[in-house]
Design a protein around this ligand. Structure first.
Ligand SMILES: [Fe+2]
Length: 231
């Protein structure tokens, strides 16, 4: 009888230790689980064809000595998964309007906005062993998406990790008045989400163009199939 009671107490103790261990582990996992960069739709202007000179510098095109019109930006960041692990070897693509708000895309051909023949409009980079990517581009202009909706300056991002599905989002700029009325940005569930896709620009590093600006945009890839939008 006593042996049986002791045995059942041992079982209870073991069970409660197991439950405690699991709870502690779950807490640790939850603490390490990073919130993803909110996904945003790719929109209608994803490049239907890629420029032959695809690279991570959208400011200069081969054979054209003039830079693209606009304020030069240097954007870099780290791509991680939700466990915090750097994602190396990911292809990072960006596409955006030029400084006048015009995409070099057939769907924007009926726009009265000015084309800039020196602007690449689309670029890609590959994350290094630390998950870092970088681009040189210009600050895009705002453009009307409809007669009543003026989209704030933004840059589209698509990340293609080596081992999971692509992730798309849009990057916005801090202190842009049009951010306050943008359905896509304001449609994000929380202020924290809006902050995650908004970049503050600062002065350039000493080795960069003195009148350029720098910004950092880290990306946390979400769980494919849960919050991802298809390209
Ligand atoms: Fe756009």
């Amino acid at each position: 009888m006593l042996a049986s009671i002791l045995k059942s107490r041992r079982q209870i103790l073991r069970a409660s230790l197991g439950a405690g261990f699991l709870a502690a582990n779950a807490k640790a996992s939850a603490a390490a689980w990073l919130p993803p960069t909110p996904s945003q739709p790719a929109g209608p202007f994803y490049a239907p064809f890629k420029p032959l000179s695809i690279d991570n510098d959208l400011v200069f095109l081969p054979g054209r000595p003039q830079p693209a019109d606009g304020d030069i930006l240097h954007i870099s960041g780290r791509v991680r998964d939700q466990s915090g692990k750097n994602v190396s070897g990911a292809r990072v693509e960006i596409w955006q309007a030029n400084r006048y708000g015009r995409y070099n895309h057939p769907r924007h051909e009926n726009s009265n906005l000015k084309l800039d023949p020196n602007f690449q409009g689309f670029g890609h980079d590959q994350t290094d062993t630390d998950g870092i990517y970088r681009f040189r581009t210009i600050k895009p202009g705002a453009y009307p998406d409809s007669p009543t909706w003026l989209r704030p300056p933004h840059i589209h991002f698509a990340v293609f990790p080596p081992a999971s599905a692509p992730w798309t989002t849009q990057l916005y700029f801090a202190d842009e008045p049009l951010n306050e009325t943008d359905f896509l940005l304001q449609g994000l569930p929380t202020e924290a989400d809006r902050i995650r896709v908004t970049m503050t620009l600062g002065p350039p590093a000493p080795d960069l163009e003195p009148d350029s600006r720098m910004g950092k945009f880290d990306i946390v890839l979400g769980t494919p199939g849960v919050e991802q939008r298809k390209i």
